[in-house]
Design a binder for this molecule. Structure first.
Ligand SMILES: [Zn+2]
Length: 452
């Protein structure tokens, strides 16, 4: 708190204000709805004609959207400029400044709500049972508090490994996606190493289990001996840890799954029986090239299965078009999924940055205004990306959202596993309805339910 105050006073001095009055609301949480005497006193000052407010971060000033609206109303009659140590300044008298402030406060409110839930849950767990021992590890903060963004990355690592990807390929994916590793000791390269990936995957802790640790900080590559259940939240199941360890101990175990993965195999489901469709080659005439189709496979133990199929390349194209469309344009009002809201926020922030550049080129705003607007927008972008990661949408972190040309070439560069990760992030259900015999490809058979 004291450091934040010093930062604010230093910024005020740089702006030419000596000895300004200071308002502090020390221990009022953003979401308990408690009164904030410092805030009320500050508002009284604005009504009295103050022209500048310096804050450490905007979320210290108005921590809920409705507080911001109150402040904006006030500013209609009392012009005031807000400068923040973290994230630059903006002018609530301009629509640009108001938009920026609304966006930042919406993100801050979202973050604050989630963080307090997480902390509450963690404290409750610690009280009920024993404790987490040792330092923070990837996926968990000090005390074993689950870190949602990192947990989502671990979930992806495990899915990819169990689906047949190698440790090397997962390491490359992490580095390509610019997902930062946990910094350990002197290693500040910011890159993942195969050894780290292996030890995270083999660790007992990610499935919520205690392991024997004979005084070493680093995890052995095959994983430590498991003692029993731990008292922290698990990211994968103990069965998955057992399968991961078995494959690590004997890579030959997964030679059975050498087939190249298809884009939608297992993701697309049969509209008659609900089974996951698998890809198969069909030859229409002897000697002709096989055409690939997703099919509901016959299964003697499930007599309801079989009979349904759809062209694989055409379904792939149709779903790809839907995905790119969704990432390229703001959502319709009917779409209330938080991931879509974040995607839309990113699109809007990018448009705002472009607008700032235009206004600056036309001489409508000063370079200083442009800089601070840009800083605020970039902070909003980073926050939106953190939220995407926290929502488990790590597949979307490197997406050029809102840029149709960039999206196309980004998609072309992805491998099938990455594309499947993006698809399963955005789509909750993909169902293929039965077709009429003798008809060609009918897009109306495709039912997409987007993630919410
Ligand atoms: Zn079926």
């Amino acid at each position: 708190m004291l450091r934040q105050q010093e930062d604010c006073l230093a910024l005020a001095a740089r702006l030419g204000f000596d000895d300004p009055p200071v308002f502090i609301d020390n221990d009022v949480s953003a979401f308990d709805g408690g009164r904030r005497p410092g805030y009320d006193a500050l508002i009284a000052q604005v009504e009295g004609g103050v022209t500048h407010i310096v804050v450490w971060h905007v979320d210290r000033l108005y921590r809920q959207p409705r507080e911001l609206e109150g402040l904006i109303d006030l500013v209609e009659h009392h012009p005031v400029r807000i400068e923040s140590v973290q994230g630059g300044g903006f002018d609530l008298n301009t629509s640009e400044g108001r938009l920026m402030a609304r966006q930042l406060v919406a993100i801050a409110a979202y973050e604050s709500g989630h963080k307090s839930d997480r902390v509450k849950r963690a404290n409750q767990r610690l009280a009920e049972q024993g404790r987490w021992h040792g330092p923070a590890r990837y996926g968990y903060g000090p005390g074993g508090v689950l870190i949602a963004e990192q947990a989502a990355v671990i979930r992806q690592m495990a899915d990819r490994f169990l689906a047949g990807e190698s440790i090397r390929s997962i390491t490359a994916w992490l580095n390509r996606s610019q997902i930062p590793p946990l910094r350990a000791g002197s290693d500040t390269s910011g890159l993942w190493h195969p050894y780290t990936v292996r030890s995270v995957l083999a660790s007992a802790r990610i499935s919520g289990q205690r392991a024997y640790s004979p005084g070493t900080r680093a995890d052995p590559a095959g994983g430590r001996e498991i003692l029993g259940p731990g008292d922290w939240e698990r990211i994968i199941t103990p069965e998955e840890t057992a399968r991961i360890r078995a494959i690590l101990a004997d890579p030959a175990r997964r030679r059975t799954t050498t087939a190249r993965p298809s884009l939608l195999g297992g993701i697309a489901r049969c509209g008659k029986c609900g089974a996951g469709l698998t890809i198969a080659g069909h030859t229409s005439a002897p000697g002709a090239n096989p055409t690939l189709r997703y099919v509901c496979q016959k299964d003697p133990s499930h007599p309801e299965r079989g009979g349904l199929s759809i062209s694989a390349p055409l379904l792939d194209d149709e779903v790809t078009r839907g995905i790119l469309h969704r990432l390229g344009r703001p959502r319709p009002a009917s779409d209330t999924s938080p991931i879509s809201a974040l995607v839309e926020q990113i699109v809007e922030t990018n448009q705002r940055i472009a607008l700032l550049e235009q206004d600056s080129a036309a001489g409508l705003i000063t370079p200083r205004e442009r800089m601070s607007g840009q800083r605020a927008a970039e902070e909003a972008l980073q926050a939106a990306h953190r939220q995407l990661a926290a929502a488990g949408a790590v597949g979307l972190l490197t997406v050029p959202i809102g840029d149709p040309a960039g999206l196309e070439s980004w998609w072309r560069r992805l491998n099938v596993a990455d594309r499947r990760a993006v698809i399963t992030t955005l789509i909750r259900k993909l169902t293929i309805a039965p077709g009429r015999p003798g008809r060609g490809f009918d897009p109306a058979r495709i039912r997409i339910t987007y993630a919410s």
